[in-house]
Design a protein around this ligand. Sequence first.
Ligand code: BG6
Length: 480
Amino acid sequence: MSLQKIHLPDNFLWGGATAANQAEGGMRSGGRGLNNIDLLPLGEDRMAIAKGKLSNLERRQTYFYPSEEGIDMYTHYLDDIDLLAEIGLKVYRMSISWTRIFPNGDDDVPNEEGLAFYETIFKKLKACGIEPLVTLAHFDVPLALIQKYGAWRDRRMVDAYVNYAKTVFERYQGLVKYWLTINEINILLHQPFVGGGLVFSEGDNTAEITYQAAHYQLVASALATKAAHLIDPENKVGCMLAGGSHYPYTCRPEDYLEAIHRDNGEYFFIDVQARGYYPRYALKKIEREGLRIQMTEQDLVDLRENPVDFVSFSYYSSRTVSAFEDDYATTTGNLFKSIKNPHLNSTEWGWQIDPIGLRSSLNMLYNRYQKPLFIVENGLGAKDEPDENGYVVDDYRIDYTRQHIKAFKDAVEIDGVELMGYTTWGILDITAASTGQMSKRYGFIYVDRDDEGRGSLKRTPKKSFYWYQKVIKSNGEDLD
Ligand code: BG6
């Protein structure tokens, strides 16, 4: 084997990402049905609803729902793709809204208007030379299935999801080849309503329900992977983790062990999806906690026979933990809290900035799975100050992205990690998943809209737009 320097491959997939639930809008257009995120309001009740602790299964006049309009990609999609092409994207990560295809989640026939809508988008992407990377469920559970089955706590969700997956695999054959089954599948543990449409009642065994839902999602993901491969052997299917490793706060052995346990807690899902079986630590947890999980022999066969082709993940931050957590101050982060790491700076929202943590995560995931990796979300959520023309000089975002690109290049070029691509999160400003705010902006394209939904929705490239253009053109060599 030659020991020459490994560079980013010429076909490295540089890209950007959005998701239907935060960008598309058009909630009542084109025959679309309602989903879980349509019921997630801006404001103080948002987190309790996201966690399944507060039931909100009916739309209320008193709430503002950011996803209802998103940034109205529903009507702007084709023009937006022109902008993405101007940046030079090789790949665009987006999600299909399940209820645009099956308004009730499990209708007998799909909604042709919804199918045609995405077909137009995929054809436009093809015409622009942009490869789509499509998430089947990005925080997306049909409301009708939440009401009918209690969402992913029920096995019937598996059939509904797989039928939806097969429908889109068949329809978009030849247009889409990269698929992700379920976005940030480990979010189910932290925000069960967002990740799985779960709403808990008094007296529920929440752990049992959550791990049962996890099992059904894992089986559904495996069966969708199987269908994708059968329908078109060219299809490549990935799982998707909310990434970021846990650091022990000190070198106390207890802290290190805690970090391992916390990593396992999150990687459990990916362990199953990438390796095809439940890790022993997860079986032990189920046994220890007396969780009664319905799991058939056929489920285990389906998991084993259908691992994913690649492992994708989002990365915003590392996390710091201790066996003695109460002794330390914590801060927020993507999905869950972390002890404040004194060696890191934070964003305006308290998420700690750690590019080296991205390199470590890549190493760790590659060692663990030996499958190609794909960074499908990364970026800086920050407030922007546009000038009178809507132009934003976002050097802070360029700096953040530059540092993270350097880190993943090191992982590839020095550590030898196999990396397929990198899609920055919210390439256009979209509503934030955690807070619902529009003011938490990630984009290289400014979108004129505020937290309460006011604004012209006009799109204006930021300074980062032109910087990223250069980065892509030079295949990551020119980062200045
Ligand atoms: C991930 C999600 O959790 O992080 C995205 O997959 C989300 O949907 C992103 O938008 C950033 O989080 P936030 O809350 O800042 O939008």
